[in-house]
Design a protein around this ligand. Sequence first.
Ligand code: S3P
Length: 177
Amino acid sequence: MNQLNASGLNIILTGFMGTGKSTVGTILAECLGRTCLDTDLLIEQKTGLTIAQIFEKYGEEHFRDEESRILLNLNKYPPGSLVVSTGGGIVLRAKNRNYLRPNGLIVLLTASPRAIQGRINKLSGRPLFQEIKTGEDITKMLARRRECYHDCDYIVDTTGKSCRQVAREIMLKLGLK
Ligand code: S3P
């Protein structure tokens, strides 16, 4: 992948549940003096409901519509001022991927199914938790989503790394300090 000039571009973190997007996003934003936006949090603030409640009351498609609407607000911020942590399924819609692409550098965080499983307790509040209880479930969902995730500019494997290490690695890759 070509080295892109990252300083004037938003950083958009994508990836499966449990790859550390939210924590890495917070650290990155702090280090780079940028604003951190977390799409899940923005949806919860906007609706006054947890993600699990939205899934339960209105279903997944409604939640996906909320995600698409949240993305439209990104261009209200100056380019290069944001680190955006996205929900793990935001890239499933081609429309969302097409919207994200010109709005920043997309950094995909990955982790092995085993590592994701090891972090799984932290995921138990997720509505899709029931679908990813075993390593095999995770492998299958990752395979189904692979193409959507790999529509990105950079890939950083988080397996065996702390969120701070991952944030440092992203800054190095992007030539940002
Ligand atoms: C989802 C991931 C979650 C959240 C929702 C759906 C997914 O975000 O948006 O539960 O489809 O992968 P995290 O990736 O932050 O867990």
